[in-house]
Design a protein around this ligand. Structure first.
Ligand code: PRP
Ligand code: URA
Ligand code: MG
Length: 208
């Protein structure tokens, strides 16, 4: 598995802005989408190309085009929806598979309440999008769900991740790549990332 922590100055700057305790819902939403787009660029940089002949104004030429089918984006409800528009700016033709998982606040175990994965998932790369990787339970369960549906290539994008969650994914799913805006220090006793962003879903949906 590869763990890629972005070194892009724009990603670092925008994640820093997200951490402001007084940030507005509007600013949080905008930045979440902007970082989502930048991390989608990073996660697609190894996509394979093939040569293809087209009629150009100057005659027939060979051009590089994407070799494989469009990927499927997999936003994890709710908070993953906050990155979807940004990811679609980079991948406007992507299919979308939606899964719904919520952490039980006492046990921190994920509860799955929705699953709608594209039927031809076996032939597409899946790119999971979620702002937060905390204990890793939600992402690990989502990856298992995709694999059970036949998915063979999985990438994940997170704005902020805890070392604990990265380790869980590394152990359970060593074949999956992680693209992360910032790796933070640790989890607190309630399973929140420190310093983190707080509850990303609440900040995106304005349900604080
Ligand atoms: O790594 P974990 O410990 O599993 O935690 C991460 C999950 O927690 C948050 O979702 P939450 O359960 O709050 O649901 P929401 O998106 O509906 O707010 C977050 O968006 C991740 O999906
Ligand atoms: O820090 C955290 C952990 C889980 N979910 C969040 O939204 N924030
Ligand atoms: Mg939440």
């Amino acid at each position: 598995m590869s763990v890629f922590q972005s070194t892009h100055p724009l990603v670092k700057h925008k994640v820093s802005l997200l951490r402001d305790a007084d940030i507005s819902v509007k600013a949080f939403r905008e930045l979440t989408n902007e970082i989502g787009a930048l991390l989608t660029m990073e996660a697609t940089q190894d996509f394979a190309l093939t040569e293809h002949t087209i009629s150009c104004w100057s005659g027939d030429i060979s051009v590089p085009t994407l070799k494989d089918k469009q990927p499927t984006l997999v936003p994890i409800l709710r908070a993953g929806l906050g990155m979807l528009d940004g990811a679609l700016k980079v991948l406007p033709c992507a299919k979308i598979s939606v899964v719904g998982l919520a952490r039980n606040e006492q046990t921190l175990a994920p509860d799955t309440y929705y699953e709608n994965i594209v039927s031809d998932i076996a032939t597409r790369t899946a790119i999971i999008i979620d702002p937060m990787l905390a204990t890793g339970g939600t992402a690990a369960a989502t990856i298992s769900m995709l694999k059970e549906s036949g998915c063979q290539h999985i990438k994940t994008i997170f704005l902020v991740a805890a070392p604990e969650g990265i380790e869980v994914i590394q152990k359970a799913h060593p074949d999956v790549s992680l693209y992360i805006g910032a790796v933070d220090e640790k989890l607190n006793d309630q399973g929140y990332i420190l310093p983190g962003l707080g509850d990303a879903g609440d900040k995106i949906f304005g349900t604080l």
